[in-house]
Design a protein around this ligand. Structure first.
Ligand SMILES: NC(=O)c1ccc[n+]([C@@H]2O[C@H](COP(=O)([O-])OP(=O)(O)OC[C@H]3O[C@@H](n4cnc5c(N)ncnc54)[C@H](OP(=O)(O)O)[C@@H]3O)[C@@H](O)[C@H]2O)c1
Length: 347
């Protein structure tokens, strides 16, 4: 099946996705019967379209050499991705533009437009889901479009997939997680006696922190991920106002060191239990699963009624697993039950 595809955002995540699409092209066709034909690309400069399909590797090379969407053959001057979708035969949008947690940003505009047209959307960008969770699901249902966003939480960790697909008739009674690598890194560095400011500056220098790091260290990135998770897999229907959020900016190196001497760690923990939702720094014994979540790792622990207690941890240094999750979502939309249908063949 050929899937006419739009790529909105040509930054870190979608460039990795384009590399995967090039690298796994034959595998996707052979094992899953899907071929992604890229008919539309968009970045901050604008949009270009090509009904014959852009070469994914050529897009990555062009962006690396400083070209913008508007410099490609097929550029549509003055149009946004949302405008271009109206005039384009397209079946899928991979959306990874910058997050805007107040308005949903351009990601929400293009997601709404696509779903209204019955075009499926796969998001890495949390903004649209955080701002318009119910509206987007309603639009997707009304227009028979797929809407998936497993890459918005914990990168490549399939938290939403497990919760939605595998806990058949099961309930998650309690969920705890470490969802933000910047906070984790800052706390780790401070435990080694760095000051809060120096640790945060180092996180920014290494490119882990968001452009506005307050989202990370004040707990809002974790709160947004918690919101998406509990609304998606714990039958909650909450907004950010329902989550009590405390960040790590008041934690001192002295406190971290004294807890370390007692065999404890401090982690920024997102938690859902008994309809109570919070993000806050928590003192954990070093034997706790989440205390062992270091540096680049993200982790989640799910206590269920009939499936036992699940522990998942992921190491993700650059967003290849995030991009792979977008691919996974797309394959799930376009193959009814890929895990059952696939017979992996030898090359
Ligand atoms: N990086 C991660 O580890 C990670 C993990 C999970 C989720 N996410 C989410 O994924 C999204 C993308 O992240 P990223 O790291 O790839 O960001 P990025 O490297 O900053 O890339 C953002 C891309 O969006 C483009 N863009 C800006 N305004 C646009 C508009 N109005 N319409 C279309 N495209 C526009 C930018 O264009 P230019 O190229 O012209 O600047 C750039 O190509 C974000 O929402 C982020 O929160 C990221």
């Amino acid at each position: 099946m050929e899937i006419k595809t739009a790529i909105v955002g040509l930054g870190s995540v979608n460039r990795r996705l384009l590399n995967i699409l090039a690298q796994k092209r034959e595998r996707l066709a052979r094992d899953y019967g899907v071929e992604f034909k890229i008919v539309l690309i968009a970045d901050s400069s604008g949009v270009a379209s090509n009904t014959e399909g852009f070469d994914p590797s050529a897009i990555v090379s062009a962006k690396a050499s400083g070209r913008r969407a508007i410099d490609f053959d097929g550029a549509l001057p003055g149009q946004t991705a949302s405008d271009a979708l109206c005039a384009c035969a397209c079946e899928l949008v991979f959306e990874a533009s910058p997050v805007n947690l107040k308005t949903g940003g351009p990601g929400l505009v293009v997601t709404r437009q696509a779903l209204r047209q019955g075009i499926s959307v796969v998001l890495a960008n949390k903004g649209p889901i955080v701002v318009a969770y119910n509206e987007l699901h309603k639009l997707a249902n009304e227009n028979h479009a797929g809407l998936k966003y497993s890459a918005t939480v914990c990168g490549g960790l399939p938290v939403l997939n497990i919760g939605q697909r595998d806990f058949i008739a099961g309930d998650i009674l309690k969920l705890r997680g470490v969802f933000n690598a910047t906070s984790n890194f800052v706390l780790d560095q401070m435990t080694e006696a760095a000051s809060y400011d120096d640790a945060l500056a180092e996180a920014q220098r290494r490119g882990i922190a968001e452009a506005d790091p307050s989202l990370d260290v004040e707990g809002w990135d974790s709160a947004n991920k918690l919101l998406i998770i509990v609304n998606s897999i714990m039958q909650a229907n909450i907004s950010l106002d329902d989550i009590t959020v405390t960040g790590i900016s008041n934690i001192t190196p002295d406190f971290l060191l004294s807890e370390k001497q007692k065999g404890n760690s401090i982690k920024l923990i997102a938690r859902a239990e008994n309809d109570q939702y919070s993000v806050s720094p928590v003192v954990l014994p070093s034997t706790d699963f989440l205390a062992q979540c270091q540096g680049w790792e993200m982790a989640v622990e799910m206590h269920t009624d009939i499936f036992g207690i699940h522990y998942y941890k992921l190491w993700e240094r650059e967003p290849i697993p995030t991009a792979a999750s977008m691919l996974r979502d797309a394959v799930h939309i376009f193959s009814a039950q890929p895990e059952n249908n696939v017979v992996r063949k030898k090359k």
